[in-house]
Write a protein of this length. Structure first.
Lengths: 162, 502
């Protein structure tokens, strides 16, 4: 249940990679003591909200903790990635909006990989499960230009009347 | 020779509309993949959910490949260019199985296996795309071989004859004259109107250039096509070479023409495929070759043959090591062909040209299309060569020999002189029969071996330049069914030969 709580809070690929790194760090320090012990790492190097989610579920001994952390990693690897190329840097609010829309509408195990490319002007290019769809403004402009190209060239090449 | 990478890039990056082909196919198919791992000739691509085996894919930064295998998580793509494909590169499907341009516009051209021009001329026109990997034709489309295929080399045409539609392996050590023999065959057949296709598989670029230059000089080029891949090209390109050459041969066969196809050489092709398979983590078999190496070659060889419309005579080349015919690839090729011509390094070192060993060479089809006279002559000559060889072995003991043995030895040295043929001197089979019959009839009995070659050349010159003499010889040959009867005739009436000797 708690694993699901933690995983459900992951919205983007960057967040997933960061959590993965933190889990690897915890696993590396699991069997150490004193200054480099797991408790010390949880206090000083792991984000507070992650630490708050993980600590209550760590087992009584290191073996149980290891099992729990590895389960978290497995669950994290199962998340599917939807690549979204947009023309602007999304705010936290935008990220929340995108993520909750995807999780509610499509599936709750999907996270978003944002790519910023101002050259598409607006809209988005979406890649998911090997499928690609282009809903960008660039495509609309290119299609429009392809239709009006001849007309535009004639207009530009007209000599001014003396 | 134009840079194949540049030609290749333009083929796969520029569409007729001027936009990038990558964008075009991305829009059209709507599927994308990403390179996850690069293994030099192979890349593993994730995504592309509906890609099928053999489909062509294009990379974002230029270059293309062919889908080799489908795994649960990845698609294995065989690269067609040496350009760096980095991890993360986007890949797009084209929706098409690999096609190469085929047509009459290829005659007289040098191309790579993707149809890109390698000579300094524009891309061939009058061509259309045809799928490269096809199943061999079924049995109902085939016909029994019924026409001989003359190579212009007297030893082969008489002792190891070939037929149109035959698959004959050319095997021997390196530098034993195999390529010279093949070029001789091409010249002989090109002048007779056959289409000749020479597939150069993974050889040096200088050799490819020399080959192209040779054909231009010989003026046989208008009936010849060279499909070449050099050793510096991507493994995918080298792997594809014989398939493209066979597809081109099938096009001309379907037009009702006779085609001679040379694949030089299949041992290099096997090595390249081994490299690709080991990179793709296929389980290695004997000599680290993959288990399907036999199938790889058999599916090319089986596409040749004699058909109801046209024929494809296939001459695959295999390189042996120190005369060892029991190698894996060599024995594979020997079992799937209709015979083999063995170029012996010992004969080559003794100065024999061509260095064909008639005792270790086999033809399973050629004899059934020979005329009765030629069949009889071949049998007689092979029997004689066996006796001659035994006699020479006997002499090593320093024993004294009787008159009959001395006669065999004398005739044998004359036959050796006759079969020692200069490179690219075309010997018509009727002329070969005439001279051999003359030798048996004793016309040159008193001639020194040093003058013998010259007198053979005199007759050959008359035959090639004097149409009337040629007709005379042809009529004489056609009148006789048995070698012995021709010999008897020449013993009585040898003027047809003697009149041309000075």
């Amino acid at each position: 249940m708690s694993a699901n709580n933690l995983i459900s809070k992951i919205r983007t690929l960057d967040e997933k990679n960061k959590l993965n790194g933190e889990l690897d760090l915890m696993l590396a320090h699991l069997y150490e003591n004193k200054d480099t012990s797991l408790a010390s790492v949880l206090r000083s190097q792991i984000r507070a909200w992650v630490s708050d989610e993980i600590v209550p579920n760590l087992g009584e001994n290191s073996d149980d903790s290891e099992k729990y952390l590895k389960t978290l990693k497995t669950e994290l690897d199962k998340l599917r990635v939807l690549s979204l190329k947009i023309a602007f840097e999304p705010t936290e609010t935008s990220i929340d909006k995108f993520s909750s829309y995807v999780k509610n509408t499509i599936a709750d195990d999907i996270i978003i990989d944002f790519e910023i490319d101002p050259r598409i002007y607006g809209g988005a290019q979406i890649t998911f499960n090997g499928e690609y769809r282009d809903f960008s403004l660039k495509r609309l402009f290119d299609d429009e230009y392809a239709q009006k190209e001849t007309e535009l060239k004639e207009l530009v090449s007209k000599k001014p009347q003396s | 020779m134009q840079d194949t990478n540049e030609n290749f890039k333009s083929k796969f990056t520029d569409s007729p509309q001027g936009e990038s082909k990558f964008s075009y196919y991305l829009e059209k198919i709507g599927e994308i993949g990403f390179v996850e791992q690069n293994l030099h000739s192979l890349v593993y691509v994730s995504g592309l959910p509906e890609v099928h085996p053999g489909e062509t894919v294009i990379f974002e930064r230029g270059g293309a490949g062919q889908v080799f295998t489908l795994n649960k998580d990845y698609v294995e793509v065989l690269l067609f260019s040496n350009s760096e494909v980095v991890v993360g590169t986007k890949v797009v499907r084209t929706g098409e199985t690999l096609k190469v341009p085929i047509g009459k516009g290829l005659l007289g051209r040098v191309i790579n296996p993707l149809g890109v021009a390698l000579d300094d001329r524009p891309t061939p026109t009058d061509v259309s795309g045809v799928i490269v990997d096809k199943a061999p034709p079924k049995i109902v489309e085939r016909a029994t071989p019924d026409k001989p295929m003359e190579t212009g080399v007297s030893l082969v045409d008489v002792v190891v004859p070939l037929a149109k539609g035959q698959r004959e392996l050319i095997i021997g050590d390196r530098k034993t004259g195999k390529t010279e023999f093949l070029l001789q065959t091409i010249i002989s057949q090109a002048y007779k109107g056959a289409i000749c296709i020479y597939a150069v598989i993974g050889q040096k670029r200088t050799d490819i250039l020399n080959l192209a230059g040779f054909f231009k000089d010989e003026k046989a080029f208008k009936n010849t096509i060279i499909v070449a891949s050099s050793s510096s090209e991507a493994s995918g390109i080298v792997y594809l070479t014989p398939y493209t050459a066979m597809t081109i041969a099938e096009y001309f066969r379907d037009l009702g023409m006779d085609v001679v196809l040379i694949l030089d050489d299949m041992t290099t092709h096997a090595r390249v495929y081994r490299e690709i398979s080991l990179l793709g983590r296929r389980f290695p078999g004997r000599s680290s070759y993959p288990g399907d190496i036999f199938y790889l070659h058999a599916k090319i060889v089986e596409r040749a043959g004699n058909f109801k419309k046209g024929s494809i005579t296939l001459l695959p080349v295999a390189e042996s090591l120190l005369g060892d015919l029991s190698g894996y690839i060599q024995t594979n090729l020997m079992s799937m062909t209709d015979g083999h011509i063995f170029f012996d390094i010992n004969l080559y070192n003794d100065g024999k040209r061509p260095a064909v060993n008639p005792f270790l060479s086999v033809t399973r089809v050629g004899r059934q299309v020979q005329s009765k006279l030629l069949k009889d002559a071949g049998r007689e000559i092979i029997g004689f060569l066996v006796s001659y060889d035994r006699m020479k072995q006997f002499l090593h003991f320093g024993a004294e020999v009787g008159q009959s043995a001395r006669n065999i030895l004398a005739l044998g040295t004359k036959v050796d002189v006759f079969f020692n043929q200069a490179n690219f001197s075309n010997m018509d089979v009727n002329l070969s029969l005439l001279i051999l019959s003359g030798l048996w009839a004793g016309i040159w009995e008193d001639k020194e071996n040093t003058n013998l070659k010259r007198s053979f050349e005199q007759i050959m010159l008359c035959f090639n330049t004097d149409e009337q003499y040629k007709k005379q010889v042809t009529d004489l040959i056609s009148k006789h069914q048995k070698f012995a009867s021709l010999v008897t005739y020449l013993r009585r009436e040898g003027e047809i030969i003697k009149s041309k000797l000075t």
